[in-house]
Design a protein around this ligand. Sequence first.
Ligand code: MTE
Ligand code: MO
Length: 327
Amino acid sequence: MPLIRVPKSWEIPDREITPETFFLNRRRFMTNLIGAGLTASLLPLTGCDNDSNSKLANGQFSTKAFPDLTRNPNFAQVDRPITEEDLATKYNNFYEYGGTKSIWKEAQKLPLENWQVEVTGLVKNPRIYDIDELPKKFPIEERVYRFRCVEAWAMVVPWVGFPMKLLMADVEPTSKAKFVRFTSFYDAKITKGNGFFSQFYPWPYKEGLRIEEMANELAFFAIGIYGKDLPKQNGAPLREVIPWKYGFKGAKSIVKIEFVEEQPATFWNTLSPNEYGFEANVNPEKPHPRWSQATERIVGPGSSFSWETRPTIIYNGYGEYVANLYA
Ligand SMILES: Nc1nc2c(c(=O)[nH]1)N[C@H]1C(S)=C(S)[C@@H](COP(=O)(O)O)O[C@H]1N2
Ligand SMILES: [Mo]
């Protein structure tokens, strides 16, 4: 008898399923898709949650504004409007708090008190930053970036934060450091996650970059959005923003940053390597095994069926900054 009975796709409640969800094989940590039946059941899922239609009360999630915030003129706007704050803060992926897009209430359980970020590994100056230290130490700016989830939905978010390369200059990675690993907050009592399947996920959530990617001008640490502190559901108090890669590359609620020699194991890549590559650059010509990446839907009010569809842009439109990394 298998230890785990794998439910059939029709036995799994809709609320458990999003495109980034997958199904466990009988073998431990081996993953497998149930096939065409699953793909069909995914189609009507995104965008039909009522929470995203309710108006955000002013300051509902975070009230602390950044004084004297200036928008970096190089990243002042993109080819489409900034997503409404009420949508960007209520349509999320954060599997620690559930497998649907409406996890914002559940995410309020994330405890932010006395948050520290440990920077360690192959660096000359290992550090433990108190979260309040970061905006004093690094000049804070605003940047408007396109955001593209591997599930083919897209937004435009005004992030508040600082370039990753400034933190690198502070800790000074050694010449041995070839990769960086980011680890998200995890506490099994709080980050209960995605129902039945969650217990088999490789928690805590981890992501990684090559050192050269981290040093790129675009790679950003966000501590805020829409001119205010990051709401918990968006990855408070510190998250990665890598605008030319799919959204899953941007770990939320970071507690640890490690400089390492080998490519680190990451959350989605461990679960399903051929669906979620380590590199994961936005690329219209490289389909996900279960869907095309040629187009994307722009997150808007109401049902995802009414959202605008646009062609996906190579490197999410940031080729002039990053294409040389992949030559
Ligand atoms: N710790 C953690 N970070 C995460 C995720 C997650 O489930 N856990 N989801 C990723 C995915 S798939 C996406 S698309 C973005 C979503 O960010 P948003 O909710 O702020 O739009 O966060 C990324 N970072
Ligand atoms: Mo995503």
